[in-house]
Design a protein around this ligand. Structure first.
Ligand code: T3D
Length: 259
């Protein structure tokens, strides 16, 4: 069975974490397969949005704990992070296309933090987010200590990570952890609609927006203004910018092609 399913529909790449009997917990194969799949998305210029979800009732329960047996295996965790999780979150942040996390069910541990590094995070009403690490004596990883305080503020992040609370989609929405949540019945349709909208926008402009946002996490105001200037110049050299201006003047909807 493929641990990661991949399908291109129009210009959206649908990636499904596929170990439903383990709540899509990550083993090495699934992490490496996800990395390869994200590389395919980067290389394929027909893909203009990437959609990540989980098979079955979960988004992902994080590291597969059934494969962690003793203290010897825990000793190699640094390696697991550098080979299995960090490359995934780095690929998502550096991908030159928007990535939407469609959190269909529980997202725990690294599963939660992989969702939290995506560009747009939407959830089904019954989904939840759990920083499960403290329950097993670990620290939050996969970029969680970077993104969560920036999303919800230092205090909320600190408490959520230490207590390992189960955060409902509604709570996650209210505290700014996610973009939106939808009733379960409408979730898939609504999440896909957002993905299709993203895929119809000026892809290069969105890539530059993503670069600017990445920089904003580490730069001061003056540096950020410089970055905006450089990236705006690049955006203004795209065909989609020309099309955007032309369509505005002709009072019609723009037809962006992503170049
Ligand atoms: O270097 C490193 O390795 C460090 C990397 C760390 C990254 C991490 O992600 S650490 C955190 C790992 N994840 C967890 O601690 C979460 C563990 N799971 C849970 O807390 C709960 O399962 C959930 C809250 C996610 C869901 O609860 P619930 O009640 O809906 O389902 P359940 O009954 O607990 O689980 C259903 C099945 O999935 C069950 O299997 P069974 O009994 O039906 O055969 C359960 O064992 C399995 N499962 C759930 N999570 C995992 C898992 N199997 C393996 N690994 C899991 N993480």
């Amino acid at each position: 069975m493929n641990t990661v399913l991949f399908e291109i529909n129009d210009s959206v790449a649908f990636i499904t974490l596929n170990r439903p009997d383990k709540l899509n917990a990550f083993n090495r194969e699934m992490s490496l397969s996800l990395q390869e799949t994200l590389d395919k998305c980067e290389k394929n210029s027909s893909i203009r949005c990437v959609y990540i979800t989980g098979a079955g009732r979960a988004f992902s329960a994080g590291q597969d704990l059934s494969q962690v047996n003793d203290s010897e295996e825990f000793a190699v965790m640094g390696k697991i992070l550098s080979e299995q999780y960090n490359p995934v979150v780095k690929r998502i942040r550096n991908l030159s296309k928007p990535v939407i996390a469609a959190v269909n069910g529980v997202a725990a541990g690294a599963g939660a933090n992989i969702a939290l590094c995506c560009d747009v995070i939407v959830a089904a009403e019954s989904a939840s987010f759990i920083q499960a690490f403290s329950k097993i004596g670990l620290i939050p990883d996969s970029g969680g200590t970077y993104f969560l305080p920036r999303l919800v503020g230092f205090q909320k992040a600190s408490a959520i990570m230490m207590l390992g609370d189960k955060i409902s989609a509604k709570e996650a929405d209210e505290m700014g952890m996610i973009y939106k949540y939808f009733p379960d019945k409408e979730f898939e349709q609504e999440a896909e609609k957002i993905a299709r909208t993203l895929s119809s926008l000026p892809t290069m402009g969105l890539a530059f927006t993503k670069q600017a946002l990445n920089k904003s996490l580490e730069q001061d105001f003056e540096e950020q203004l410089l970055t905006e200037g450089i990236l705006q110049q690049k955006a203004s050299a795209t065909n989609d910018f020309k099309e955007g201006i032309k369509a505005f003047k002709e009072k019609r909807r723009p037809n962006f092609r992503g170049d």
